[in-house]
Design a protein around this ligand. Structure first.
Ligand SMILES: [Zn+2]
Ligand SMILES: [Zn+2]
Length: 151
């Protein structure tokens, strides 16, 4: 993996050759599309995006490539309370959590040193050394609250 914290398709090609796996042209298109399409995408949303680039790519190939990107540590699966798996580009050495609007589905990335520190302290208090956490906040965003007031 490259030294800086930005992952790219080169890291994917690296991973595939180390694993002795064949990087087909389609897998390459999918990986490139993934790195160039920032956000938190469900398989369906991402697949629709890939179709615009190459209408011949099947959803199964997109799914398998996303799994490979996760295995390579280049993509991260995110789970919110709607049961839909989303994928985002991994950012090694950097961490964030999410706030989700239950009305419009907007996803905002958050990082707060105080929450991170508090979580470590809670881990210690219970005798755990933490290896990770899932911290999702849910609510209604400002835009949606404004619209609701007008109705
Ligand atoms: Zn909203
Ligand atoms: Zn995120």
């Amino acid at each position: 993996m490259s030294k800086n914290s930005t992952v790219s398709v080169a890291d994917f090609l690296d991973f595939m050759s180390r694993k002795g796996l064949n990087t087909t042209a389609q897998r390459r298109v999918i990986a490139e599309a993934f790195f160039e399409f920032p956000g938190h995408h469900s398989l369906e949303d991402f697949y629709q995006h890939v179709l615009k680039l190459d209408a011949g790519i099947g959803q199964t190939t997109v799914y398998r490539t996303l799994k490979l990107l996760c295995d390579a540590g280049l993509a991260t699966e995110i789970h919110f309370n709607d049961g839909i798996t989303r994928y985002e580009v991994a950012r090694p050495n950097s961490h964030h959590d999410h706030i989700v609007c239950l009305s419009c589905g907007k996803i905002v990335e958050i990082f707060d040193q105080r929450i991170e520190k508090l979580q470590r302290e809670i881990g210690e208090k219970y005798g755990f050394r933490l290896s990770g956490h899932l911290h999702n906040l849910y609510g209604i965003c400002e835009d949606c609250r404004k619209t609701e007031q007008k109705d």
